[in-house]
Design a protein around this ligand. Structure first.
Ligand code: NAD
Length: 380
């Protein structure tokens, strides 16, 4: 019988949980035993009793045995070293393990002979869509970033005709039209803003236009941005320089900039420079979701609001945690969809040759499988 452990996430600012009573019930029906660390779901709106009612077993924070016996750990963020060292050889960790440039994690997985699935590396193929935690969480971040900007802005978002005069709609510039960016566009449109989007993948133009926003044209230089597996590849510094030039005019007229541009496993491109900030109007708001990858805007800092020349810069790396109920519900369903095909007669047997598993299995019983990912600046 496969034993699955659900930790109480301890990272600062983390409010999500990797299983809900509903997914615990599903795993139980497949013959698994599920051990939930006390209060693991409390911040997401799931109390211990609701897990017990659905067949989960609650264990206390100081109990070591559930960690020693677990076959699988479902987590959001990687448990700390002390907890990883409690696991038995061959135990499997599944979560957002942040392996990029993380040689320490590689060493630990290797020393403890652990297996690990890093959900950041899930291949973006159709069959994997229901397991795609990056998408389910980025969607939330995109939505919440606009609400945050709207509540910080000194103006209305929609156009309003009032007896006291007409209010013009806010102008929102979204940098990066991936999952978070497109949700930001849809949310800003629903609030009545005029929305402009910059992305380097040409496919984004049509998606943006279908949402009623305008696509900002790319620099007309010889270099054409490339992509692999749905992800953009980093562009040259010359391209970025030209792109910033184009964006500068849009940003000087913007009320809000939502920054979501990222290049998987690499530093985020700087799309708002100091000179561009100087041209933005006082009272404008920049929400930078790429801040944990260095940010798209100079000066943004994780979980801080900084005012530069009157422009509010908000570094927001953890917005999914601000919508913990739905973030946990979707994340836990993503995990179920990834893992349940490999549970047979209450035993988990991962097929390492499955295309999805092959893409995101970073360690197999301590054998490191994707060494490049763990190197500084590495990606797969
Ligand atoms: P991401 O978070 O890595 O990047 C966000 C966006 O930033 C991307 O659209 C990227 O093109 C853009 N970007 C990179 N450099 C930029 C620059 N200099 N200027 C402006 N924009 C820049 O990407 P994501 O949102 O996780 O996903 C990207 C795409 O992958 C999606 O839009 C979708 O097409 C595809 N996808 C496919 C699947 C699937 O088929 N299973 C699932 C999810 C996403």
């Amino acid at each position: 019988m496969t034993k699955i452990l659900i930790p109480n996430e301890k990272s600062i600012g983390e409010t999500r949980v990797s299983a809900t009573p509903e997914t615990v019930k599903k795993l139980k029906s497949l013959g698994c035993e599920i051990y939930i660390e006390k209060s693991a779901g409390e911040l997401s709106g799931f109390n211990d009793f609701s897990y017990q009612e659905n067949g989960g077993k609650i264990f206390a924070e100081n109990e070591i045995e559930p960690w020693n016996k677990a076959d699988v750990i479902f987590c959001i963020q990687c448990p700390n070293d002390e907890k990883l060292k409690r696991l038995k050889e061959g135990a499997l960790i599944v979560g957002l393990l942040n392996p990029f440039g993380n040689a320490h994690l590689a060493q630990l997985l290797s020393n403890q002979k652990l297996s690990a699935i890093s959900l950041e590396l899930l291949p973006r193929i159709s069959r994997a869509q229901s397991s795609d935690v990056l998408s389910s969480q980025a969607n939330i971040a995109g939505y919440k970033s606009v609400l945050l900007a709207a509540s910080e802005l000194d103006r209305y978002f929609p156009m309003l005709m009032t007896a006291a005069g007409t209010v013009q709609p806010a102008k929102v510039v979204v940098l990066g039209g991936g999952v978070a960016g497109l949700q930001a566009v849809a949310t800003a449109k629903r609030l009545g803003a005029l929305v402009f989007v910059s992305d380097i993948r040409p496919a984004v133009k049509e998606q943006v236009e279908s949402l009623g926003a305008k696509f900002i044209n790319l620099p007309e230089i010889e270099e054409k941005p490339t992509e692999s597996g749905g992800y953009a590849k980093a562009v040259s510094s010359k391209f970025l320089e030209e792109q910033r030039e184009i964006l500068s005019t849009h940003l000087s007229e913007a009320d809000v900039a939502i920054c979501t541009a990222q290049v998987m496993g690499k530093k985020a491109p700087i799309l708002i420079s100091e000179q561009m900030l100087e041209k933005m109007r006082p009272g404008a708001v920049v929400v930078d979701l790429a801040v944990s990858q260095g940010g798209n805007c100079v000066y943004t800092k994780s979980n801080e609001t900084i005012i530069k020349n009157g422009v509010k810069l908000i570094g927001a790396p953890e917005l999914p945690s601000s919508v913990p109920y739905h973030a946990s519900t979707l994340y836990s369903k993503n995990l179920i969809s990834l893992i349940t095909p490999f549970i047979n007669e209450s035993k988990l047997c991962i097929d390492n040759n499955d295309e999805i598993i092959e893409g995101c299995l970073i360690s197999n019983n301590g054998a490191i499988l994707q060494e490049k990912v763990f190197e500084i600046g590495g990606s797969n």
